[in-house]
Design a binder for this molecule. Structure first.
Ligand code: HEM
Length: 444
């Protein structure tokens, strides 16, 4: 099954199809429609691409990595390849900044909260184990029933129509409803939470270049759209401290954080909620809608999965490999001089990790563009990254996707593309289509 996404929209959009290294620009407007062609060129001609002057300090370079082996090595060794966010937090902690004073400087709850909660890599591990794993990591399977109920509720809303715009009526609201329920926020607040979620990810969608830079005006807009978020979380923290429920925010209000031998402050809780909202919403939305598209592109696949549910997990893993929601992040830096494929990469260089390219690297995956449900080592892909900083919500997202497709396979006989799709992707470093019209027959 060749699932190469050189499909319907290949010739639409502002960018022409790249034919050689000179025409490769992963960050040009419309580049999303050609990323996979660019990956083939990069794998062949420049698996380590130097971006002159693209580094953090003036006169330093950045390097785009596209090989699975390189990226896997980098993310598995945070001592040798510094995690950018962690580096800033280490520096602030060393300067004696508190979470509160860091917030005054950054106006970013997530980064500020890290200063006290996880100022070192070792503390990062404790933070994950003690604070987030019980809800979105190792403990995420407790949400299976909740996810199935919420998925069924969404399907109830359109099952009699014979057609549906899948993004707005399933792929987007499902992770939103699931996450509001896990955090313990009222369903009625979802539009507000969604607006904050959209504002938080502005740099990843509208940022330019490999540093996802936003203009001062965009930064101002982002902060304006986030107004009220902190107070909203604080208000819930106050209520849940007094009257805890079975939800993640109540848990965070009351947990004794062994690593610091104390309870968390309101700011620290708001920081964790902020980080989770960045990670949890659009990523899973794009995974679900790309999976729907893969099913439309392979009509037999829906029936295969309907008849053998044990294959659903393989399908979601292969889909995340082939259409990774997070295509690239510039989150690592070299701590010493390195050599990648004969290309010298000096200490202090910024690394852009192209997870989407690593996942179709022919040296790692045989017939990389085939959706192969029998592939060995299905979770070898790097859609969630790997190593000690692997996405902390990977388990929750995996369960959401598997349960969602379980419900859809139960309730629908088939799916196919409906009318009026243009399949173009949104800008930024995520692979996501914001409108997917589907037609379906309801299961008897
Ligand atoms: C298909 C869905 C998802 C994808 C593809 C994805 C992908 C990623 C990737 C590639 C990273 C970077 C890891 C690194 O730096 O090595 C990351 C980090 C992160 N993700 Fe996810 N993610 C998804 C879902 C989620 C969910 C559901 C949550 C929350 C419940 C979440 C929370 C986070 C957080 C908080 C981080 C930052 C961790 C840190 O500070 O190092 N993600 N994710």
């Amino acid at each position: 099954m060749d699932t190469r996404p050189r499909h319907i929209n290949h010739d639409s959009g502002p960018m022409k199809c790249p034919v050689d290294l000179d025409s490769v620009d992963l960050f040009a407007p419309g580049a999303q429609e050609h990323w996979y062609e660019m990956y083939e060129i990069l794998h062949r001609d420049a698996p380590v691409l130097r971006v002159a002057g693209g580094g953090l300090k003036p006169g330093t370079d950045a390097f785009v990595l596209t090989k699975h082996s390189d990226i896997a090595m980098v993310v598995k060794d945070p001592e040798r390849f510094t995690v950018m966010g962690q580096r800033r937090v280490n520096e602030w902690a060393d300067e004696g900044l508190t979470a509160e004073s860091a917030y005054e400087v950054t106006r970013n709850l997530m980064t500020a909260s890290m200063v006290s909660l996880r100022p070192t890599q070792e503390m990062y591990i404790r933070h994950r184990k003690e604070l987030t794993d019980p809800w979105v990591g190792t403990g995420a399977s407790r949400h299976r029933e909740l996810i199935a109920r919420l998925a069924n509720e969404l399907v109830d809303e359109w099952i009699d129509d014979g057609s549906v715009e899948f993004v707005s009526r399933f792929a987007r609201p499902l992770p939103q409803r699931v996450f509001a329920a896990i955090l313990g926020f009222p369903r009625a607040d979802i539009p507000m939470l969604a607006e904050w979620g959209t504002a938080i990810v502005i740099p990843f969608v509208h940022g330019t270049g490999l540093k996802h830079e936003i203009t001062p005006d965009q930064a101002k807009e982002m902060h304006a759209r986030l107004a009220g978020f902190q107070e909203y979380v604080y208000e819930h923290v106050r209520t849940k401290r007094a009257d805890p429920q079975d939800d993640m925010v109540s848990f965070l209000c009351n947990v004794h954080y062994e690593a610091l031998d104390r309870k968390l402050t309101d700011l620290e809780i708001a920081g964790i909620v902020h980080a989770m909202i960045i990670g949890a919403l659009e990523t899973t939305q794009y995974a679900l809608e790309e999976q729907a598209q893969l099913l439309c592109e392979h009509p037999d696949l829906f029936h295969t999965l309907r008849n053998d549910r044990s294959k659903v997990r393989a399908f979601t893993e292969e889909a995340m490999r082939l259409r990774s929601p997070t295509h690239g992040l510039s989150t690592r830096m070299t701590s010493r001089d390195e050599m990648f494929h004969g290309v010298p990469v000096p200490a202090g260089s910024l690394l852009h990790l192209r997870f989407g390219a690593a996942n179709v690297d022919p040296e790692e995956f045989e017939c990389p563009f085939d959706l192969d449900l029998e592939r060995d080592g299905l979770t070898r892909h790097l859609a969630f990254s790997a190593g000690p900083r692997v996405c902390p919500g990977a388990n929750l997202s995996r369960i959401e996707q598997q349960v969602a497709w379980g419900v859809l396979l139960d309730r629908l006989e088939d799916i196919r593309y409906g009318a009026d799709n243009d399949w173009r992707h949104q800008p930024g470093i995520m692979l996501g289509t914001t409108k997917v019209n589907l037609e379906f027959r309801r299961a008897q």
